[in-house]
Design a protein around this ligand. Structure first.
Ligand code: MTE
Length: 310
């Protein structure tokens, strides 16, 4: 399934004009992921224009330059500087790679990434990414809805939350030699958030496999939450009855909540969240509730005090 651009799903095709070589390369990549059918559809859109329909009062979203998206990163396992991940993440071995799926599932398993992906067709989705640090980008991801993947392992009725864990390999990850966080990097979602159709397990971006610095070979993308929820280089997915501890919340509970829904009304203790710097643009933009995806996801939080559960 390829979701098209619409007001309710701000997803636009990637790329403008695709060269024949790039086209063939992407096609081989998407086929290798098991999605030849989806690949055809994605590529048909790949040669269309890349501008999104403007939504009322909101400036258009333009896809962020690929160099910016792959050189300005947060991946603390490789250092705190924005360019450290692109400099050092090549040291991470991403093949072979397997993912352990455990906890409250009827069919727990450790699955090689090729097997995990072979059951699904990757989709192209263009999402805004809003970092808690008040910068943002617009990225064309390739991925699979997380809910489709989880369903195959049959979550039990006790599965209320999903916990994710990043690879922890100090010899490959120079940043983990400092106790910036309690490694491994861990994140979590409520089960309904995990099953929401916008929640993606990404395997590629800009029509290519994920670069290591962006979380190869498999990362989460939750577009209505601050970027730190979008955990990279996942090796473990655990379904649980209780809410998991998450790395940033553990480190600074007053600054980084479990929910981390993008919310211009709730400031970070050290800065405002009302506006954001879109990488590649000069003027700051207004930050939108749920990063512009309120129509799709606000109902998940009906009755919740979002200032308390930030
Ligand atoms: N995942 C891991 N394992 N380690 C990290 O430091 N940083 C997070 C998130 N996922 C991070 C992570 C933060 S703060 C953001 S904003 C996004 O990744 C950045 O993703 P990008 O570098 O692909 O833009």
């Amino acid at each position: 399934m390829l979701i098209r651009d619409s007001k309710s799903l701000p997803i636009v095709p990637s790329g403008e004009i695709t060269s024949r070589d790039a086209y063939l390369e992407r096609r081989a990549f998407l086929r290798a992921l098991g999605g030849a059918g989806a690949a055809g559809a994605a590529l048909a859109l790949g040669v269309a224009g890349c501008r999104q329909e403007a939504t009322a009062g909101v400036p258009e979203d333009t896809i962020t330059d690929r160099d910016d998206a792959t050189r300005y990163n947060n991946f603390y396992e490789f250092g705190l500087g924005k360019e450290d991940p692109s400099r050092y993440a090549h040291q991470m071995r991403t093949s072979p790679w397997s993912v352990q799926i455990e906890g409250e599932v009827a069919r727990p398993a450790t699955v090689a990434i090729e097997d995990l992906l072979s059951h699904h067709q990757p989709e192209e989705r263009v999402y805004r990414l809003r970092c808690v640090e008040a910068w943002s980008m617009v990225i064309p991801w390739l991925g699979i809805p997380l809910g489709d993947v989880l369903a195959r392992f049959e979550p039990t009725s006790r599965a209320k939350f999903v916990e994710f864990e990043t690879l922890y390999a100090p010899e490959q990850m120079p940043g983990t030699r400092r106790a910036v966080l309690d490694w491994p990097y861990r994140e979590g979602l409520r089960i309904d958030e995990a099953m929401h159709p916008l929640t993606l397990l990404a395997v590629g971006m800009y029509g290519d496999p994920l670069p290591n610095q962006n979380g190869a070979p498999l990362r989460l993308v939750v577009p209505w939450k601050y970027g730190f929820k979008s955990i990279k280089s996942i090796v473990r997915i655990r379904l649980r009855e209780d809410q998991p501890e998450t790395a940033w919340n553990q480190a600074q509970p007053r600054e980084y909540g479990f929910y981390a829904n993008v919310n211009p009304e709730v400031d970070h203790p050290r800065w405002s969240q009302r506006r954001e710097r879109r990488i590649g643009e000069f003027r700051r933009r207004e930050t939108l509730p749920f990063n512009g995806y309120a129509e799709q996801v606000a109902s998940l939080y009906t009755g919740m005090d979002l200032a308390k559960h930030f």
